[in-house]
Design a binder for this molecule. Structure first.
Ligand code: ADP
Ligand code: AMP
Length: 214
């Protein structure tokens, strides 16, 4: 099963993608996580990506597309994957389709996690992320057992630089301009499904499981 998660930054794509990956035994591929790991390891890609991410801008397509397409060669992708944060532009979506067509494959579902902008600001300011294992929490909605410490791996949690309010507004406008058009793109391909992302995390996941099958 090959799945794309669509939605504004902070809509809950990563939260749901991790649950999908666990239930359906497919890898969770997050371009944001890949960039953050590169920044942490101070790679050339990380240095380049950071200059865009810190401003709330998208990393250029030429630095992003091949990264994902190469990842598909990993044997863990044999039964599919859940893409989180990719594609984010129409050219990325077209490159993805072209790469899959060469393999005689296609995306099965594009799941749009729908959350209005007003809720997004609250979600992002309360988000706490673990740079070590990629887990995300919310200080009010999805708290950790011990404040500031990852439940999964015990590392310290951070407020992402790009989750600070001044950057969040920029990211939202970039989303509306460059990523939201993908909703029409996948609607035309008849694979778009909407879920109400304002519901509780467990209810959102139930809605997704109804779509994907138990
Ligand atoms: P995205 O991957 O779309 O950027 P995340 O999955 O990281 O978003 O979620 C953004 C923030 O909102 C995180 O702090 C997360 O814990 C929280 N969150 C995710 N889903 C829900 C939900 N259904 N209700 C409330 N908060 C949520
Ligand atoms: P995320 O973790 O998905 O919120 O992504 C964090 C940041 O990484 C984004 O604001 C972008 O700067 C960058 N990024 C992640 N995925 C992509 C992508 N597919 N295309 C371009 N930039 C991306």
């Amino acid at each position: 099963m090959k799945i794309i998660m669509l939605g504004a930054p902070g809509a809950g794509k990563g939260t749901q993608a991790k649950k999908i990956a666990d239930k359906y035994h497919i890898p969770h591929i997050s371009t944001g996580d890949i960039f953050r790991a590169n920044i942490k390891n101070e790679t050339e890609l990380g240095k380049k990506a950071k200059t865009y991410m810190d401003q709330g801008l998208l990393v250029p397509d030429e630095l992003t597309v091949n990264l994902v397409i190469d990842r598909f060669k990993n044997p863990d992708c044999a039964d599919g994957y859940v893409l989180d944060g990719f594609p984010r532009t129409i050219p990325q979506a077209e490159s993805l389709d072209a790469a899959l067509a060469e393999l005689g494959e296609k995306i099965d579902y594009a799941i749009n996690v729908d959350v209005p902008d007003d809720n997004i600001i609250n979600r992002m300011s309360g988000r706490r992320a673990c740079l070590s294992c990629g887990a995300t929490y919310h200080i009010v909605h999805i708290p950790t057992k011990e404040e500031g410490i990852c439940d999964r791996c015990g590392h310290e949690l951070i407020l992402r630089d790009d989750d600070k309010p001044e950057t969040v507004n920029k990211r939202l406008s970039v989303y509306h301009e460059q990523t939201q058009p993908l909703i029409n793109y996948y609607t035309a391909k008849k694979i778009l499904v909407d879920v109400d992302g304002t519901k509780d995390m467990a209810d959102v996941f139930d809605a997704i499981v109804k779509i994907l099958g138990a």
